[in-house]
Each structure stands twice: as structure tokens, then as C-alpha cells.
Design a protein around this ligand. Sequence first.
Ligand code: FAD
Length: 291
Amino acid sequence: SIKIEEIFKEKEKTFSFEFFPPKNFKATIEFGINVGQLLKLSPDFVSVTYGAGGSNQKATFDLVDYLQNQIGLTTMAHYTCINATKDKIKSDLAYLDEVGIKNLMLLRGDPPKGEDTFVKSEGGFNYASELISYANSLGEYSIGVAGYPEKHPEAVSLDADIDNLKRKVDAGGDFIVTQMFYDNQRYYDFVDRCREKGIKARIIPGIMPITNFSQIKRFSEMVGTEIPQEIVNAFAPYKDNKKKMYELGIYLGLKQCIELLENGAPGLHFYTLNKSRATVDIFESIPKILK
Ligand code: FAD
């Protein structure tokens, strides 16, 4: 199995896709078809999220095993502090080792549905930085961490949040994947501020194309991402026209990706939502010279 850090040594830019474990039979079949489409794009790596509350942990572990060992993709497992004691983390990571997973996206996690604040599990951790230190004491991993160009919603300020990001990198985080954003300037400013604070790790932009405006608006509000007014306005005429809305979403997503790459972003991480069409449509239209 390949560590993502090794891929970085060979490539200035990486293109990666994020999935979540499908929830039922139909979703599983559709997911298989979509992964088939995405394979044609030869991603450098893929990642699988870890369900809120650690609810479908087995599904995450089964899926990373399958993608890595049956499909042959370099795979990263997300993992969180939710419901995790040190003992549990140790045995979970031992299991992932057994199936050859060396790439971990380590997070604090969000409180389970219906609860507003994160509560540390007994014998567990309060922050991703602590989980990262602990994982690093257990083995050799390539570790991804989350970064928030528009600040994590609970952080007192962007500055304090970047200090936290530095703690995560210092604890052993090897690279950063950002929360979704729609104003590239926010990403550029964030990267500058991270560099000023001495964070040297790659900061890979997380991309979520707007193919369904109301859905993405809802997600954005949840995670504290602002959709610029000009984008809101651009979608306004197409509220009831799915096809046009999709076309505009692809156009704006492509434009965002091209500008990021032209301005030195070290690749792109696509939040696929387990679909393939938008990622394929955007990725295939990015000029080769930028990849
Ligand atoms: P942390 O880095 O621990 O930060 C949490 C908050 O605490 C921040 O506000 C931070 O500023 C603050 N903080 C940290 N340390 C301190 C300190 N010492 N003192 C005071 N404040 C502090 N969630 C899932 O459940 N499953 C997933 O698979 C998943 N994947 C994700 C992938 C990406 C790329 C991103 C961006 C997010 C993902 N999330 C996932 C969501 C994530 O779990 C939430 O955003 C969560 O609320 C914060 O996680 P974190 O790892 O960034 O937390």
C-alpha cells in the first residue's frame, strides 16, 4: 500500500475524490457504477468519511478495504474522536493496518444529531490534535487534517483556528484538506496566513460543485461557508430548471478549479457526494497543462 506522502514526492499536484459509505442497497449499486466512472480519471487517492457519531464505522472500514484491496486505489480512511477511547482507537488502527490502510484523515468529528456541543468520550480526546499525536505514537501513517479557510464555526477567530491547525500539523499532520469554499480569495488568504504561522504542509482545496443550489446552500450554512452574492444571483433564474442549474454549477466549478490551479493550488480534493457526473464533467475539462 502507498502512503500519500510518497505520492507528494513525485507529484506537485494531486487529484483525489471523497466518498461516504452508501446507506442502502440501491445507493450501493449506484455508488459502484459511479466509482467505475471515476476510475477513468485515475485519481491519486480516494477517501471515505467516517459517519457522524461513529455510527457506521464498519461501513467505512469495509469500504476502504474494498477500494484499496479490490479496486487497487490508494485509500485514506477518515476517523474521528467520537465515541473513541484510547483502547478503541488502538484496536481500530490495528484493524486498518491489517487491511493495509496507511492513510488517515484524523478529525474531531461533529456531535451526533440533536446535540450541539462536542462531548469528549471518557478515556478519549477533545481535539483532533490529540488524536493525531496518539495515532503517531502507534504507527507510521500519512495523516490528513481539516483546515477551514472561513474558520471552523466553533473557533473564536480565524487566527485561533489557524493556531489550532498548526497544532495539528505539529502533532504529525502531513497535509491539509480544506472545507468547501466558493470564494477563491478566501483560500489564497488562508494559505498566506498559514505560511506566515509556519505551516508548511500542502493545503489541498476541497471542491464541492454546486449542482443543486438549495442543497449546497444548506450545507454551506451548516459548516460556515459563504456563497458569494454573485453566485447566489447567478443561480436565481434557474431555481426550477435542473438542467440549467447543473450546467451553471459545472461552469462555475470548472472556473473555480482552473483559477485555483493557475494560482498554485497543489491539486484538488472533490467532495463527490458519491456521484460521478459533476466530478467527471469538471475534471475532464481542466486543461492537461494544469494537471
Ligand atoms: P479540531 O481541529 O479538533 O477543532 C475543533 C474546534 O476546536 C475548532 O473550532 C478549533 O479551533 C477548536 N480547538 C482546537 N484545539 C483547541 C484548543 N486547544 N483550545 C481551544 N479550542 C481548540 N466529520 C465526520 O464526522 N466524519 C468525517 O469523515 C469528516 N470528514 C471531514 C473532512 C474534511 C476535509 C473536513 C474539512 C471536515 C470533515 N468532518 C468530518 C467534519 C469535522 O469533523 C468537523 O468540522 C468538526 O467539527 C471539527 O473537526 P476538526 O478535526 O477540524 O476539529
